[in-house]
Design a protein around this ligand. Sequence first.
Ligand code: HEM
Length: 277
Amino acid sequence: MLAYCGVTESPSFLGVGLVTMALRGRWVPIPKVARTAAAVDAIVLEEIAERRRTGSRPDDCLTMFLELNEQEDEPHDDAFLARSMRGLMLAGYAATAVTLGWLADYLVHQPDALAALEESVDRGEDGYLDAVVAEALRLRPALPVTGRRAQRAFNLNGLLVPPGAYIVIAITALHQRADLHPDPLAFRPERFLGSRPETHTWLPFGGGVHRCLGDELALFEARVLLRTLLQHRRLSAVDARPGGRASRTHPLLVPAGGAPVVLSARDRTGQSAPPNG
Ligand code: HEM
């Protein structure tokens, strides 16, 4: 699975994605993607066959997929189920990992926010923690754009959208509108303190019927990981360069240079011990 994820993170995958959009959805096959995808699908297909053979139904996502599929009037074939599982695993892994990277990157370059977060974590509160995660997702949503294809013509605030048109929803541009988010380029978690982000002005997980399926899981993961990390370690910057710099060659919005940080042991008084890398 990691080999497949690695290929989907390459600049050539980004290029193919852009060409696919230009060709109105016609996918240009990349042999390396096809090879690594087939290797993942083979494992899932074997697992499906094994479950059918033994009648085993462990309490997991694949069982849910299989059971829902059995209830369909026209069930999908196993290749479709394996492909869908692969999509879910990719969606669940990459965007969450990238978001955790951005959180570390912003925090080490914003000592005030980091100190406020450490204090709130020590008090056992989650409010500031959630605000920090929401602010990182506002400034650096792992998926900076999403899109839809118009099934029929419709009028969008005076603009007639023809059927078949691709609509690109620029999440980052919306998140950086000063009328919606004052001082939009500043990392200011306080803007989300005491209120949940607003559905139509904060779209890191998209919206509507195709809104991210894993949004709550991703937020939960970020909260637990950050809280646990700060309880045991102190984060600091590797160098004085400002945070928030994005790579230009990655299909997702990821930190340039991989966001390295220094982790130090944290003693019971909250003081940091010498860095251990
Ligand atoms: C911070 C982490 C994540 C971010 C920023 C993120 C972001 C997104 C975005 C922007 C979309 C497109 C939504 C739209 O077009 O309206 C999406 C779709 C999706 N995401 Fe996530 N996602 C994250 C984590 C996850 C996780 C953990 C899972 C699963 C375990 C997941 C599963 C999916 C799936 C299945 C879709 C497709 C939904 C559909 O087309 O109906 N995502 N995600």
